[in-house]
Design a protein around this ligand. Sequence first.
Ligand code: URA
Length: 208
Amino acid sequence: MTEVHVSEHPLVKHKLTLLRDKNTDSKRFRELIREITLLIAYEALSDLAVCPKEIETPLTATTGYKLAEPIGLVPILRSGLGMVEGIWEMIPSAEVWHIGLFRDEKTLRPVSYYNRLPIHPTVSVCLILDPMLATGGSAVKTVEILKNWGAHRIKFLGLIGAPEGVAALTAAHPDVDIYLAALDSHLNEHAYIVPGLGDAGDRQFGTA
Ligand code: URA
């Protein structure tokens, strides 16, 4: 059964409001995506396994911890790219595997155009990164790609979700937990999230 986590953290609420504001410029927009992602990832990774690690402090020997599982970040091109940096600062050893999808205008289904995943899985936890969980088509397809690759523990990290996207991902992959900064009202006729923040790719890359 999917767990849908919508952050209640005051810092997330504050920063997300700045991110949504149409007057926020691209530089600040990118900084905010990095900062909010870091906060969401902190919540999403609270169940990571650790193993004991012997170290010496300046005073004595003691047992600490180190992360026990290799972690993979899977940004969906192109708007997921801005979410990588924040988590990478925290977990520099994370592997990054990009996935590129486009929408087939006949079938309206997402088709993969970029995927350099190696033959065998190299990580035990995969975090799919996409700021907007809109229709859910890209997220569903990316989970499918990762499962075919052999990934077992997959989480979806987004900034804003629409009920339609959450329902689609939950129905297709009930074993994938969803972490969001906010769950918005609905999709408009162009599949944009309302109130949302507009086009997350254009606003990051200054291409509006
Ligand atoms: N992608 C975006 O960038 N924004 C939306 O609102 C929906 C999908």
